[in-house]
Write a protein that binds this ligand. Sequence first.
Ligand code: ZN
Length: 275
Amino acid sequence: MNKLLLILLFCYYLNAVDKKINVENGTVYFLKTEKIVDGRVEIGKKSIAFIPYNDSEMLAIIPFDYKSSLGEVCAKVFSGAKELETLVFNVKKGKYKEENLTVSSKHVTLPSKELRKRTSKEYADAYKIYNKVTKKNYLKKKFALPMSTKTTSEYGNARVFNGKIARYHSGVDFRAKVGSIVKVVNDGKVVLVDNRYYAGGSVIVDHGYGVYSCYFHLSGFDVSVGDVVRRGEIIARSGKSGRVTGPHLHLSFKVHGVSVSPLHFMDKFNNLVLN
Ligand SMILES: [Zn+2]
């Protein structure tokens, strides 16, 4: 019997399951609780702390990977060593589209050793950031979009490059000419400003407690690493750098190292806060 199934069986037979919750892959679930000391949710290998978000309640932001196995997963709510609640999440497949893309051949031919070294370092450096949980919560306001243009490619679209390499779109694209103003979606701290091979000109903003917003394919930067930014502040200019077919802004969200739908995250979060 596989390990996950065993854990799930323990979840059902050794504990009364307090709540069953339906979620979709590639989204987050905002779990609320009244104020508790050292509150956290343990799910899989992750331990997710509750954030104080108003006078009486706390919030845990639980991500479900796009590639997470579908079906039931067990989660436990703790206050210190005391177990408070057992939850079962039922992960269902979100309604995501499939699209075919043609990309310049220089990005598809087998990359050189030097290039592989560069891209794997960039990947490792980015995940070092995404997996870091800053114990400061900047999320006190509603989110605002980085620009007001139409979206041209949604999060979760399955992508087929030149009929070969299959992957999924880990963010949402906004229509934007080179040089358009890019605004930060909420308060936070700038943790990366760099030119990278695939993402091109990149800015990453830490919103605290494991939540990051990322802005890619930029042509210019208005901030530096370490800057504390406020929602709506101009952080960059959009562009067409990195692996792209044309100019646009790619916005992605990482929550505890997991890519989730930015628009779903912002919409759900905005229903929870007043400002
Ligand atoms: Zn994109």
